[in-house]
Ligand binder design. Structure first.
Ligand code: ZN
Length: 248
């Protein structure tokens, strides 16, 4: 079996026995700092930073974390050293980037697994490997697709299972574009989809697109006016929504 399938199968086997004790009162907060960088904080206070950037132009936030995920080793995703709190670093890729790490991690009420993916649509031959991180907290399952460059195979969709909150790149060029992102969103049908990795005033000179292709034709888009959102299973939108977050 190829390495991709073995890593996937491991994650699948670990996909049972998830946190079943979560109650609706357990609030998870989510903050976006721009690009692919998020901070998830669980009800028990576990702070999970996802794909922190190095200095790519966004305001550099003062973020303290207990654990940080790095989907792949590009500077707009692997700024783990810039975080306070001496977090445990979960790297999706092995040193050299030619293979994935098998990750199944737990801290208090948070569980994190990684699934193998690619940065392009030619099995990584152009832009290398990528990882999908799934964070489970408070009965919610969040998936961070980082710089994924392809639509998802049936095996990957099965391994991902139910996804409540999908963080998905829409900028194209280095990742899937808005059209492909919509395809994945339709397949996964999360309650909340949050576009990431698109052109903003900060990345105005990057050869990526803004969020408009992704948002075109969607009638369930909410532009949030707060920086941090609170999530619980009981307060998820009943119909799928797309949330455009603010980074400042
Ligand atoms: Zn990137």
């Amino acid at each position: 079996m190829g390495r991709f399938l073995r890593v996937l199968a491991m994650a699948l086997g670990l996909g049972t026995g998830l946190l079943s004790s979560a109650s609706a009162a357990e609030i998870v907060t989510l903050r976006w700092f721009g690009h692919a960088f998020f901070l998830v904080t669980s009800a028990q206070g576990v702070r999970v930073a996802l794909d922190p950037f190095t200095d790519i132009g966004y305001p550099m936030p003062e973020v303290a974390a207990d654990v940080v995920t790095v989907s792949h080793e590009h500077g707009d995703h692997n700024g783990a050293d810039g975080l306070a709190g001496a977090p445990e670093i979960l790297r999706g890729l092995k040193a050299g980037g030619a293979d994935w790490n098998s990750i199944s991690y737990r801290m208090k009420d948070v569980r994190i697994v990684a699934l193998p993916a690619y940065h392009d649509d030619v099995q990584g031959r152009r832009l290398g490997l990528n990882s999908i991180f799934i964070v489970e907290a408070g009965g919610l399952r969040l998936a961070h697709l980082s710089d994924i460059g392809h639509t998802l195979s049936e095996a990957t969709l099965t391994a991902m299972g139910r996804i409540d909150v999908l963080l998905i790149p829409v900028g194209g060029k280095f990742s899937i574009d808005g059209r492909q992102a919509k395809e994945i969103m339709t397949r996964l049908s999360p309650r909340i989809t949050i576009p990431i990795h698109y052109k903003t005033p900060v990345t105005a000179d990057w050869p990526i697109e803004d969020e408009s292709e992704f948002l075109a034709g969607l009638n369930n888009v909410r532009r949030l006016d707060t920086l941090t959102v609170s999530l619980t299973p009981g307060t998820l939108p009943t119909e799928p929504e797309v949330w455009v977050m603010r980074y400042r």
